[in-house]
Design a protein around this ligand. Sequence first.
Ligand SMILES: Nc1nc2c(ncn2[C@@H]2O[C@H](COP(=O)(O)OP(=O)(O)OP(=O)(O)O)[C@@H](O)[C@H]2O)c(=O)[nH]1
Length: 317
Amino acid sequence: MPQLPPPQPFDQDDIYRTLLESTQAIPWKIDWASQRYVYVGPQIEALLGWRTDDWGTVQDWIDRIHPDERDQVVRRCVELSQAGVDHEADYRALTADQRYVWVRETVHVLRNAQGGTEALVGFIFDIHERKQTEQRLLALQRELQALSYQDSLTRVANRRRFDEALEQAWAQAQATQTPLSLLVLDIDFFKQLNDCYGHQTGDQALVQVAQALAQVCDKCNDLVARYGGEEFVVLLPKVGLDIARQVAERFRRLLQEQAIPHARSPFGQQVTVSIGAGSLVPQPGQDCAGFVHAVDQLLYAAKNAGRNRVVAQAVLL
Ligand SMILES: Nc1nc2c(ncn2[C@@H]2O[C@H](COP(=O)(O)OP(=O)(O)OP(=O)(O)O)[C@@H](O)[C@H]2O)c(=O)[nH]1
């Protein structure tokens, strides 16, 4: 039977070093008193391009953190290290060829016999792909949220966005006892416009009306929304009846200037709107659904009075 070779004496340090330097995580050690790197795993070169001897002092680490997160990361790491608390930090690290790569550092604090911080040891992980995926997902999420609040045809806010904005504005106006105004408007004889020119031209007219409305209501607090079909609403927080009426009339004039063709309209063969404009200071116990209903009634009053006009009134609930 062949003899097995006698077991070789092994150096434990060698084993640990081999293990440490063959992992994806990049180990390092900093002496706290001198603030110098006493060890950096050679894998650092593959990740960041810097050689191990490019890591002299803690300042090298600081200088290679992206300026956007540098102060915050350094302050937090120093505080926690001083307090002897293990921690981790994500940041973009500068590469030798001047790019930035997302990394995660996990830091373990080694203490001396007196309990003071003696050294820091830790690992650097490459989290670049994961971070980029996270950021893409976040951007996508924001985009989806914006889309879920937008009317897909006219690009103004949709009914859902309006309902939320109304709730907020209502609560604010109720709490501060400030006025709130609402315009509800509807294109006149829109059915005939569709019948005469076709649905696509009808759609185009809706887009033009929405754009004109957005142009008139350009204050940051105003909200233009498509309420449904050919009906739009404009929410005007902190606006009283006089201003609401002026906004409505300004919009009617702008639409007149734009002269969107409507051969079957008796009003100069162009698109016109009827507008209900209501205003109130919400009182305790009143609710916003009643307000919308009341302003909708003003719109119908404008329709019944002959169309192409504004009916503005203080709303009593
Ligand atoms: N092109 C187009 N038409 C729409 C859209 N939504 C609703 N409509 C049309 O809008 C028309 C609304 O007609 P009505 O409610 O009778 O109102 P109107 O013809 O404007 O009459 P008045 O409001 O009384 O002046 C209907 O023919 C709907 O088909 C849309 O997104 N695109």
